[in-house]
Ligand binder design. Structure first.
Ligand code: PLP
Length: 453
């Protein structure tokens, strides 16, 4: 069984750099053979996995390949993939220490390494969640707990009915997932106070409203379009003088702190009260892997622990369940540990530096070809305009299949977004992709036609 699966996985990854990034229409339609009525009779698992590899594999998006630049998407580092295979064979429940000492220790070790790499307080509490959305949720639940506890209100016991109000301040370009977290927490996605942003999408410190000790200020490092980071140091100091809680959404941008030449962009971020980040984006851990980090361990544990159930009060160990929304869950610290152990401090820094360098190459190549790069390329994100017909160019680049880039709107202008986040991307992949983008754009816009602005 495992030989069959491994063989199929190895074949898949051998070809990942050669296939078109998007599957063909025929492959997508072929997925229908996986459906039909639920079979009555059992089937050999090997046959099932072989069918899955053939039909399912054919209609995958090559997002783990070297030329996928959509959203902010890391590939799977080899150590993560190998560890994931083992983790699946072990099938450990990561909820409690007693369920898996291996899962519990690896989670603790990996959490400590992440705090060290990112320059965050060594005694912060860390929950390993599915991604930055749940990282935002868990961390903001801790903030909600702390701010209401100060006012004598027990949010977990009493809920929000009749609770004193909490104000949430966000930047104009807050990520939609943070608003989703606020909605889930009963804090309301439209109740937020929005602070104006500058031309790179950073919160404008001079536009910050007055804050107090009933306020959560949500900052962002790594704007999903421009890659720019809010000016953390000044904003966090001012917020703390007023007694506010500061949360930072750093889904990918927090990893700038792991690269010596980029760290200054997020200076002061370590002063915040809570952070959310992803391991499945820039760190290239397999899905799904994110972290909720909180300077105040009791706040996170009070918000997350299922203390109602007496049988769950086990020993003095760090219980994973007390740090995350889930109880039973896959032991996702295993892949995180393996990736960090394999890359090491220098490998993580090199991954961040290298992908930023590729983004720079994209920006330079596109500018040289006569297209407008819209953002200051400070990280791994590039926004390019092909004029009014940008959406057509984006669709044609996607259909061409050499690479995949997403469309976006940047300050009212349609743009194509290039995010270089994979360990697999080489300089050659950038050259191939630039050639394809130039060729496709020229053909859409008409030979010799100026792209316009
Ligand atoms: C991607 C992203 C998120 C959401 O992360 P998920 O891993 O998809 O949950 C949140 N904030 C920012 C800034 C992001 O880039």
């Amino acid at each position: 069984m495992l030989d069959a699966a491994a063989g199929a996985a190895i074949d898949y990854l051998r070809g990942i750099g050669d296939r078109l990034v998007l599957p063909g229409q025929a492959d997508v339609e072929h997925l229908a053979v996986l459906g039909g009525p639920l079979p009555d009779q059992p089937e050999d698992p090997v046959a099932v996995v072989e069918l899955l590899a053939r039909v399912g594999g054919g209609a995958t998006v090559a997002s783990t390949g070297p030329r996928y630049f959509g959203f902010v998407t890391g590939g799977t580092h080899p150590a993560a993939l190998g560890a994931a295979w083992l983790a699946a064979a072990w099938d450990q429940n990561g909820a409690y220490d007693v369920m898996s000492p291996t899962a519990a220790r690896l989670e603790e070790i990996a959490a400590g390494w992440v705090l060290d790499l990112l320059g965050l307080p060594a005694d912060a509490a860390v929950g390993l969640v599915t991604g930055a959305t749940m990282g935002n949720l868990a961390a903001l639940a801790a903030a909600r707990h702390a701010l209401l506890a100060r006012q004598g209100w027990d949010a977990e016991a009493q809920g929000l009915f009749g609770a004193p109000p909490v104000t949430v301040v966000v930047g104009e370009e807050v990520h939609v997932s943070l608003l989703k977290a606020l909605a889930l927490l009963g804090l309301g996605r439209e109740r937020v106070v929005r602070v104006a942003a500058d031309d790179q999408g950073r919160m404008r410190a001079d536009a910050r409203p007055p804050l107090d000790d009933r306020t959560v200020l949500c900052l962002q490092v790594g704007n999903v379009n421009s890659g720019a980071s809010d000016p953390c140091a000044g904003l966090i100091r001012a917020a703390h003088e007023a007694g506010a809680w500061v949360h930072v959404d750093g889904a990918f941008g927090l990893w700038l702190a792991a690269a010596p030449s980029r760290r200054h962009q997020v200076a002061g971020v370590e002063l915040a009260d809570s952070w959310s980040t992803d391991a499945h984006k820039w760190l290239n851990v397999s899905y799904d892997s994110g972290l909720a980090i909180c300077r105040h361990p009791d706040a996170l544990r009070s918000a997350m622990a299922a203390t109602g159930a007496a049988y769950l009060q086990v020993g003095g160990a760090r219980e994973a369940e007390h740090h995350v929304p889930e109880m039973s869950r896959r032991a996702r610290g295993i892949e995180l540990w393996a990736t960090l152990r394999s890359l090491g401090r220098e490998g993580v820094a090199a991954l961040v530096e290298r992908t930023c360098g590729h983004a720079r190459r994209f920006a330079d190549g596109l500018t040289a070809a006569g297209f407008s790069v819209l953002n200051e390329v400070v990280a791994n994100q590039v926004l390019v305009s092909f004029g009014a017909r940008t959406p057509e160019v984006v669709a044609a680049v996607q259909a061409d299949g050499t690479c995949w880039c997403g469309g976006t709107t940047w300050h009212g202008v349609p743009a194509m977004r290039i995010s270089v986040s994979s360990w697999r991307t080489t300089e050659h992949d950038v050259v191939l992709s630039l050639e394809a983008i130039r060729r496709v754009a020229t053909s859409v816009l008409g030979r010799g036609g100026a792209p316009g602005r």
